[in-house]
Design a protein around this ligand. Structure first.
Ligand code: HH2
Length: 397
């Protein structure tokens, strides 16, 4: 399967602005792009045309990186390539993948309805607040172990500005013991039922079990947050499809019990992308509406600190999947590794990661500290929107 990701791209808006400053009209197609192709079938590099007005192609080393190509050119060159190779059988898959990737590069996906709310991606950063109804979650374990405290926490997060509230009944921290569906339901359902009557914010349930998802969706949840990307329970995708619900598919290498033992990748971004694409394809095959799906690189799930930081830095490349990007970094151990801070002292590090993630392309950030994250997100959004007049910020009402 061919995967294409743009590893460098010029912001089309910035280019238009530079031209405007010189008094020149916008020039469509001038945007410079660099694409990394993996999984190309044999013969692709040989069949690739060369010449003026076409992207330049560098095939990867056939021994070390078979099926790879690096393409560089202007958008107009890539578009011309798609026309030029229209009748070449060997390049059909490449052309189709390129056409899709060209539409997606640097562009926010279309809006998604989650429960009663429409999320217009690119308009601002959205916050998913976390309520773990567990005794053993890595940062808030035991704090909301009773339904009363969990409901109160959910109400507080909604008041602080959460756009979604994610309720979890099973810890997925490294080394965590799995819990049965019965126990997970006992923890999650009472909170979900009460919270759905008290707040207007859409509720999400963090589970990998179809049975839990099914009951949660009937009890008022609008989104299933599956950290296994629909891999652990073969009934999960059809359960989400039947309910017409939204879902977030996350990447994880291995299983929580052992995932941090020896995470290993040759190309962490490419492998995360391919796995997320497989989760999206599975979901769509089972009847989930593509426009209801979000993707998440799964920071800390079978990843070394360096893998997490690299994924964050190049997050925008996941745009090639065409879905909104959710990132959960709040209080995680890689922040502790970099800053030397214990879990209760990771707020400054978490806010810095939030800023980095948003600037790199995150649409939703999953956080424990909603009040502080909401101020940080508003500030970063102002930076993102900054225009030369300096008027592109809005004072909150
Ligand atoms: N991280 C955790 C749990 N669920 N879901 C998504 N989509 N992305 C994440 O990064 C993610 C997640 C781990 O954090 P937490 O829920 O606070 O801890 P625990 O799993 O120990 O309950």
């Amino acid at each position: 399967m061919i995967t294409i990701r743009f590893v460098c791209w010029e912001e089309a808006g910035c280019l238009a602005q530079h031209r405007g400053r010189l008094g020149l009209a916008p020039l469509p197609g001038e945007q410079v792009l660099r694409a990394l192709v993996t999984g190309a079938p044999p013969g692709t590099a040989d069949a690739f045309p060369s010449g003026e007005g076409l992207p330049k192609a560098w095939p990867g080393d056939p021994e070390r990186a078979p099926g790879t190509l690096l393409l560089t050119g202007r958008r107009a060159d890539f578009e011309r390539l798609c026309v030029e190779v229209a009748d070449r059988q060997t390049l059909v898959e490449l052309r189709e993948a390129l056409q899709v990737a060209l539409v997606r590069v640097g562009v926010a996906p279309p809006a998604t309805r989650i429960g009663p709310r429409l999320f217009e991606w690119g308009s601002r950063t959205f916050l998913m607040g976390v309520v773990n109804v567990t005794p053993d979650s890595f940062s808030d374990g035991g704090r909301h172990a009773s339904a009363d405290t969990a409901v109160a926490a959910g109400e507080r997060l909604a008041a602080e500005g959460a756009d979604l509230i994610d309720i979890g009944g099973e810890s997925t921290r490294p080394g965590a013991d799995p819990v049965g569906a019965e126990q997970e339901l006992e923890r999650v359902l009472p909170v979900l039922e009460r919270l759905s009557r008290l707040v207007e914010v859409p509720l999400s349930v963090d589970t990998t079990k179809a049975r839990v998802a099914e009951a949660a969706l009937s009890a008022g949840a609008s989104l299933i947050n599956d950290v296994s990307g629909f891999r652990f329970d073969p009934r999960m995708a059809e359960t989400v499809a039947r309910a017409g619900a939204a879902a977030c598919v996350m990447h994880m290498q291995g299983v929580p019990r052992s995932m941090q033992a020896a995470p290993h990748y040759l190309d962490v971004l490419g492998e995360v992308m391919e796995s997320l694409k497989a989760s999206l394809d599975l979901a769509v095959r089972c009847g989930v509406h593509e426009e209801r799906l979000l993707v998440d690189p799964g920071l800390g799930f079978g990843k070394q600190p360096g893998h997490n930081l690299f994924l964050l830095r190049h997050l925008g490349q996941l745009r090639a999947l065409g879905r909104p990007i959710l990132v959960g970094a709040s209080r995680k151990s890689f922040i502790g590794k970099v800053t030397g801070r214990a879990v209760g002292e990771r707020l400054p590090g978490s806010l810095a990661i939030l800023a980095a993630a948003v600037l790199a392309g995150a649409d939703v950030v999953r956080v424990h500290d909603v009040a502080e994250s909401s101020v940080a997100a508003r500030m970063i959004d102002a930076v993102r929107r900054a225009d030369e007049g300096g008027l592109a910020y809005q004072t909150p009402a």
